[in-house]
Ligand binder design. Structure first.
Ligand code: MG
Length: 252
């Protein structure tokens, strides 16, 4: 099931994608209320919103693919390396990544993202799918020059618009060899199986929930494979994950 959040006359609504149309939900997916109203609306006629419930935090995993860790240098983390992006960095599919004037080098990082569906603390690895609502696609946009200058990552990854997420939540997705591909103006930059992740989804959710309570709508970005690269104003970034779809954003 592909769960979509969108706006009708400025009001947020939820529904399930059915071909080219959205069947509207009566309730809110936070309560696993997937009953539909019978009302349908074409996907092309709505403004899609980030598929969040809302989000109290965006947790990210660093250096979780060996080939990306190699291109960044340094050692591989022995357990998931976590950092946060602010919720104000969120934007939706088809919205615009705005390059900050104080950075001269901004990179894309295509990533599989976990959407949390229920309150989670100290979750066991075998139970993580009880608290996962589904999966979506994210871009961990990073001002690479500021990341190096600051020596930590908060500012470089925290600018407004630096976390495109969407276009929807696929509730049935399970990572199993699907390809992640990032294209910039059609040129393939990243192309890797999500199976190459060092710390898997089970380990990541268990590990993060040991430190902080995860709430419905929280998002966990699972790390990026090799092939990160610079994005420039006027370009279009597409990130596709087999079984989920494609997240498309322009750059300005
Ligand atoms: Mg990343």
């Amino acid at each position: 099931m592909r769960v979509v959040k969108f706006a009708i006359k400025g009001e947020p609504r939820w529904g399930v994608l059915d071909g080219p149309e959205i069947a509207l939900f009566k309730g809110h997916p936070e309560f696993c209320d997937y009953e539909t109203t019978g009302e349908r609306i074409p996907l092309k006629d709505v403004h899609v919103l980030p598929p969040t419930l809302p989000t109290t935090k965006i947790v990210c995993i660093g250096k979780n693919y060996a080939d990306h860790a190699a291109e960044m240098g340094g050692d591989l983390p022995t357990e998931p390396l976590i950092f946060l992006k602010p919720s104000t960095s969120l934007i939706a599919d088809k919205e615009t990544i705005v390059l900050p004037s104080i950075s001269e080098h901004v990179d894309h990082e295509g990533e599989l993202a976990i959407v949390i569906g229920s309150i989670a603390k100290n979750v066991k690895e075998e139970d993580v799918y009880d608290v996962i609502m589904g999966f979506t696609i994210a871009n961990d946009v990073t001002a690479r020059d500021l990341q190096a200058k600051d020596g930590q990552w908060t500012r470089s990854k925290g600018f407004d618009t630096f976390c495109p997420v969407g276009p929807w939540i696929e509730t049935e997705f399970r990572p199993d060899g699907q390809l992640l591909e990032t294209r910039v103006d059609g040129e393939i930059r990243q192309h890797a199986s999500v199976d190459l992740m060092i710390h898997k989804v089970e380990k990541i959710v268990a590990h993060v929930s040991q430190a902080m309570t995860l709430l419905p709508g929280d998002i966990i970005l699972t790390g990026t494979p090799a092939g990160i690269g610079e994005i420039e104003a006027g370009q279009t970034v597409e990130i596709s994950i087999e079984g989920i779809g494609t997240l498309t954003n322009t750059v300005a």
